[in-house]
Design a binder for this molecule. Structure first.
Ligand code: ZN
Length: 127
């Protein structure tokens, strides 16, 4: 599927993070009440890890929908949350379809959806 995937590295920019597993597909979760400090208003969760990244890459790769559904259903003890996590991968896929492969995006996340901001190159992590 062509959709958004977690980066393999994270950039040097302040506030950037990628607690996701490298290359896993991304899904959606609405920001919490502490979004300013926790960063969930500018990150999307990995479909398998449920952890957030502030950067996503548009590419074509396999998506394990069963694994996603089971992971989210178990994490939230909710079949509905599992189904929604899979549906949101497809929604993200439609939203980013117009971007060329390899496009790197940052996010502004609200309960109502995601706005994308394109960044020029894949970030690198350096200590
Ligand atoms: Zn949060």
């Amino acid at each position: 599927m062509k959709t958004l995937f977690a980066p393999s590295t994270v950039g040097r920019a302040k506030g950037e993070f990628a607690w996701t597993d490298p290359g896993e597909p991304l899904t959606f979760f609405p920001p919490c009440d502490r979004a300013e400090s926790c960063g969930c208003n500018r990150s999307l969760p990995g479909a398998y890890s449920t952890k957030g990244t502030t950067v996503g890459i548009v590419k074509e790769a396999p998506v394990d929908e069963h694994h996603t559904r089971m992971t989210w259903a178990e994490a939230w003890n909710s079949e509905e949350t599992g189904r929604r996590a899979v549906a949101d991968i497809h929604k993200l896929a439609r939203a980013v379809d117009a971007f060329p492969m390899g496009t790197v995006l940052k996010f502004t996340v609200t309960a109502g959806g995601v706005k994308f901001r394109r960044i020029v190159r894949e970030p690198r992590f350096r200590k």
